[in-house]
Design a protein around this ligand. Sequence first.
Ligand SMILES: [Zn+2]
Length: 582
Amino acid sequence: MRDIWRPHFAHLIVFQLLLAAVSLAQSKPAADLIITNAKIWTVDKSLPTAQAVAVLGERIVAVGSNKDVDAWRGTRTHVIDAGRKLLLPGFNDAHVHFVSGGMQLTNVQLNDATTPQEFARRIGERVKTTPKGEWILGGSWDETKWNPPDMPTKELIDALTPDTPVFVSRYDGHMGLANSVALRLAGITSKTPDPPGGTVVRDAQGNPTGALKDAATDYIDKVIPPLSHDQRLKVVNQALAYAASVGVTSVQHMVADYEDIAVYAELLRRGELTTRIYAAPLITHVEDQAKLGIDRGFGGPYLRIGALKAFADGSLGSGTAYFYEPFLNQGNNRGLLSDEMHPISLMRDRYMKADAAGLQICTHAIGDEGISTILDLYSDVIKAHGEADRRFRIEHAQHMAAKDFERFAQLHVIASVQPYHAIDDGRFAESHIGHDRASRTYAFRTFLDHGVRLAFGTDWEVAPLDPMLSVYAAVTRATLDGKNPDGWFPEQKLTVAETVEAYTMGSAYAEFQENEKGSITTGKLADMVLLGDDIFAMAPARIRDVHVLKTFVGGRMVFDASAAAEGKSQKWMDHKRILSKP
Ligand SMILES: [Zn+2]
């Protein structure tokens, strides 16, 4: 009995030793994903460049050389050879209107219709796929591309749209064309008066032509039904797919409606949210979030709330940004404070309420006096409630008074800026405000010199979402009209490294998430983008043509250019062309 037992006992010891050895080897589990043979720009100063990255679950577990990271390879590890392409942290767009952006993707596109016949043909085509009674919207038509450049009238499209209401906008957003169905729904007739600040364009007999200017477009806007839940879901899904295709892994949705947040929450529950979202409803709703006891950055890695968006003034192009001195050639006009600022104490009260509740404040301010007034109010809040890590933001921060850069830094206010607006507005800014004020316009370099933190974004749908266009804009400052190939106020140009940092870590900091994302660092969420070309090594003028090969969110591949069907990538190119406003 003993003799038989002994060998068994010995076997058992050997087996147990073996088991112990195996479990020791497995104490470091294998990675789910390894991206190897890449040029990695980490945006992490402790290890700026690397070759490979390993991901376990949704987080990065190793960054380093191919050899170092290979130690994480197991039998079930998915390995991607990046072929020496550039891998960056995913882009975080600090200022988008995600649902309007998604709508823009599906609305009829008229911007590159170069004849009125083509304009009409595209609307006629759209009627065929539009459910009865649903509106045809969007457009961005530009009659200056037509010969002769006559304004369109409803007669151009009425016969093609007998039962479908149409309201398509001019590219500048200051005019729209309604067809007869839309005019009837809005009750617009020859007797309808021009509203203050708007014009109903009329023919020689006094009948409306369908063209409506500025405030007159409100007549139509009032009768366009809001999106249904299902329509909103569809629009958000389109926006998510598009964001993935251009390497945007996080967005900060300014002026989010509650209905938008409900859609995000539904997609999150289904595991279908592929872009991380920080949603900031309008500050007029401050009571709601304060009542709930939700504070800044509340939520999980995919969906957060706890910020509020406020408006100080208008915009440069429309002459409503609020300045100390008048616009040039506009009489005494120096812009307007928004209705949220009438009186200014109304805004101060809301700021105090928001700050007492721990909510983050993001304020749209464009003109120098508008910005200065908001800095005063931010300073009042700090005086009243004491120093804290609040990360007040000014959205746009376009035209700075010389005295305010220092104050911006002292109050630790984040400049949430959109480089694409610089190459767009740069075409006409000097004619509106003169050389001196223009020299402190989109002054990204001056902000950095003063130690102000930048967060980059686009303001999509107002400007294109594609980060390559914004990187191009910040690095070249080459205005869209081609008149400043060496840069408009070139001393304000940023390097590619500074631009990428503002678009990743800068935006992450602006939403209190710099420890979770914004760089390719061990422990952080595995949000990354693989680019087709090395934007650090190429001529800056070519950066705008770079495309995305793969996008990862939490280690999951949410876009793969090689898998995208031929038709899909063609569509993507179309968007890029249309949205880049040549
Ligand atoms: Zn905006």
